[in-house]
Design a protein around this ligand. Structure first.
Ligand code: 5GP
Ligand code: MN
Ligand code: MN
Length: 352
């Protein structure tokens, strides 16, 4: 389903903005998720990644935290290539003892310690969509922590968001009556439930219970469509300035400019990510990993060298493609500490 009234590509005027300076700073080695010619290839790849993730989790040395990343699920419960009911028998139980495969088409997740969602769980952002997502999210009890930031489609979570259509306004008013406490607060309380390990990161952070890594999350993005939009410039820069310098994993909905943010059809500005976020990540925070989504066509992993020579891994975890079909399998990475105490990242792939 194509959601709502998004601006046409050329409606957005980016011409007055200076070009982002980071293309030259970042040493980019994109290895985007390929779009396989045949479904069979995609299914084999997704299942190969799943098996690799199971092996990585089962064999991880002590002090390793395994993160399973998804984003832009847009009400979908199925990663096409992992939801096949024959999946379990193909992999074999012995090979896959902790699998969370279900026969009824639920989004299939490999095992891990932390489940990360980088936003756009909804399509229209109604409370009904959010409630349905929350039910699935809270059923993922194999993860001891589940962390998420909202995206621009998760409108019920944005107190400032103005509904566009009469239908939307009526839905909002009736849910307001239903829940008494106000849609926004109800929406927040649906997902932010620390006592069961679910943290909605809203310019806030949490430390992983496994191995004690720090994670910071924020929903804001350069103005495009929907909720949590801010103009490019000082307002966004102020949000990123709040990210603590000792953060290991930064989760945002928007990509930083130059990493997993390429939209070829956006002719005026094809790298649609946030330049202020790129600056903050590459020059100050220098996290081990930056996780985001939003730009569906750029799902995959890239690596950049930061100002000081440290390396940051960028994960665009978008599950849906540009047709809003959930085709991309989750991206899994592991963090552990080196002898010097530095966070070391390993992204799980099939070729290890
Ligand atoms: P979503 O609607 O799920 O937030 O974003 C979906 C798609 O909108 C992305 O895959 C990308 O093609 C496009 N998109 C996202 N942000 C921008 C932007 O800032 N400018 C343009 N032109 N397209 C964007
Ligand atoms: Mn999206
Ligand atoms: Mn989005």
């Amino acid at each position: 389903m194509q959601p709502l009234n998004k601006p046409a590509d050329d409606d957005l005027d980016f011409s007055s903005l200076p070009p982002g300076p980071f293309a030259t700073v970042a040493e980019m080695h994109m290895s985007r998720t390929p779009s396989p010619a045949r479904e069979g290839d995609a299914e084999r790849r997704a299942q190969g990644l799943y098996a690799a993730a199971v092996r990585a989790y089962e064999t991880a040395p002590a002090g390793t935290c395994t993160f399973v990343c998804i984003s832009d699920t847009h009400c979908k419960r199925t990663c096409h290539h992992l939801a096949s009911t024959t999946f379990g028998s193909r992999l074999g139980r012995a090979e896959c003892p902790t699998r969370t495969v279900s026969a009824d088409g639920e989004l299939t997740l490999p095992p891990g310690d932390v489940l990360l969602h980088a936003g756009d769980f909804c399509t229209h952002g109604t409370l009904a969509e959010l409630e349905s997502f929350a039910a699935w999210w809270h059923s993922q009890t194999a993860f001891c922590q589940r962390l998420l930031v909202p995206g621009n489609h998760d409108c019920a979570l944005d107190a400032q968001y103005e509904r566009e259509t009469t239908e939307e306004k009526e839905e909002l008013a009736s849910s307001e009556r239903l829940h008494g406490c106000g849609v926004h607060h109800h929406a927040l309380s649906l997902l932010h439930r620390p006592y069961i390990g679910s943290f909605l990161l809203f310019d806030s952070g949490v430390t992983t219970t496994v191995a004690g890594f720090t994670v910071w999350g924020s929903p804001w993005q350069p103005a495009f469509w929907g909720a949590f939009n801010l103009p490019r410039g000082p307002q966004l820069a102020a949000k990123w300035a709040a990210i603590p310098g000792d953060t290991h994993v930064v989760v945002t909905h928007t990509p930083p400019e130059g990493q997993g943010d390429y939209v070829p059809r956006s002719r005026a500005r094809p790298h649609v990510g946030c330049e202020a976020l790129a600056r903050e990540l590459l020059h100050r925070v220098q996290p081990a990993v930056s996780v985001f989504g939003h730009v569906h066509e750029a799902a995959g992993v890239s690596v950049a060298r930061c100002g000081s020579g440290r390396t940051t891994v960028f994960v665009n975890a978008a599950s849906c493609d540009t047709h809003y079909d959930a085709v991309n399998p989750p991206i899994v990475f592991q963090l552990r500490r080196s002898a010097e105490g530095e966070a070391v990242v390993r992204v799980v792939g099939t070729d290890e």
